[in-house]
Ligand binder design. Structure first.
Ligand code: GLU
Length: 309
């Protein structure tokens, strides 16, 4: 790996076809990486297999290619840091969990969904909503055995560092979050054995040498937790973060993949060309004049991230 070359990525979850909001995020990640002269990695986040839709991963790759985006490494073409499917990377996640465990940073949490929901809704001690209060943090071995004997399967939680974490986001600016106070100790492996998004994304981005994380603004509140894991695992933090605005639907709500009317297929059926769609996506965030078609190359030449709106 050339240490000076930027490495960006797009990491879709194959839970359905990409909607225009996802496509716009993919376009922005691609523009950001290519403008830096960097490589672009495509990773399929299919860890949560029960939610993965058959055919969705192939459809996502086909849609991105149809639009004219390209990548240097990915599930379809391989690359030096594969596999590029999360479902094939379990041993890497297990190794990371083992390292955290060896450092005493994990503990089993036996709380049920109902208990967690009750905690989240109780008006208590100034805790942020959704903060895990540490119920299982200091259980004795006997208490753990007792809960296990009731047939409860534990999740694994990571002990959140009790110090603020600061990073600079290319869109949001300087962000500081004290994870122990906002999220509390968070889940790195669910009780069904599936590794959490927070852990998987850190292991993958770190081992794939990703230096540039461009993704939707909905993930801004995950970044401090992820940086805590980077630090605990001894990985260097990514050099650059950019959390780009989410595209809203006509009613001003967040788009959902289940709404097929927002996908590429619907736009294609209306006879739109890739250049018209790319122009529309770029115009929707202030990067391009409305109504003008554009190729990836033209958008790249004109890309000015400070104009993002
Ligand atoms: N897989 C996530 C999603 O589709 C994105 C994760 C990331 O970019 O960090 O929303």
């Amino acid at each position: 790996m050339d240490e000076h070359q930027a490495r960006g990525r797009y990491a879709p979850s194959p839970t359905g076809a990409l909607h225009s909001g996802n496509l716009r995020t993919a376009l922005l990640a691609w523009l950001w990486a290519r403008q830096a002269g960097g490589r672009f990695v495509l990773r399929m986040e299919d860890l949560d297999l029960p939610r993965a839709r058959p055919g969705a991963a192939a459809g996502i790759l086909a849609d991105l290619r149809w639009l004219g985006l390209d990548w240097d490494e990915g599930p379809d073409i391989g690359g030096p840091y594969g596999p590029y499917l999360q479902s094939a990377r379990q041993t890497l996640y297990d190794a990371a969990l083992a390292r955290l465990r060896a450092r005493g940073l994990l503990y089993p949490c036996y709380c049920t969904r109902a208990e967690l929901a009750r905690i989240a809704s109780a008006p208590q001690g100034g805790d942020e909503p959704g903060r895990y209060p540490g119920t299982c943090r200091d259980l004795t071995a006997a208490e753990q055995m007792n809960r296990a004997a009731q047939g409860r399967r534990p999740a694994l939680r990571f002990r959140a560092p009790d110090a603020p974490i600061t990073f600079v986001d290319r869109v949001a600016g300087r962000v500081t979050e004290h994870v122990a106070e906002t999220a509390g100790d968070f889940v790195v492996r669910r009780s069904d054995g599936i590794v959490s998004y927070q852990l998987a994304v850190v292991v993958d981005d770190a081992l794939m040498g990703v230096t540039q994380v461009v993704r939707g603004a909905d993930l801004l509140t995950s970044t401090a937790r992820q940086l805590a894991l980077y630090d605990a695992l001894g990985y260097p933090r990514p050099a650059e973060y950019a959390h780009v605005p989410l595209l809203l639907d006509a009613s001003g709500a967040r788009m959902a993949k289940r709404d097929a009317s927002l996908g590429l297929a619907a736009l294609r059926e209306r006879g739109m060309t890739p250049a018209q769609i790319l122009g529309m996506l770029a115009a929707s965030c202030g990067l391009w004049p409305a109504g003008a078609p554009a190729t990836p190359g033209v958008l790249l030449a004109a890309f000015a991230p400070e104009r993002l709106s």
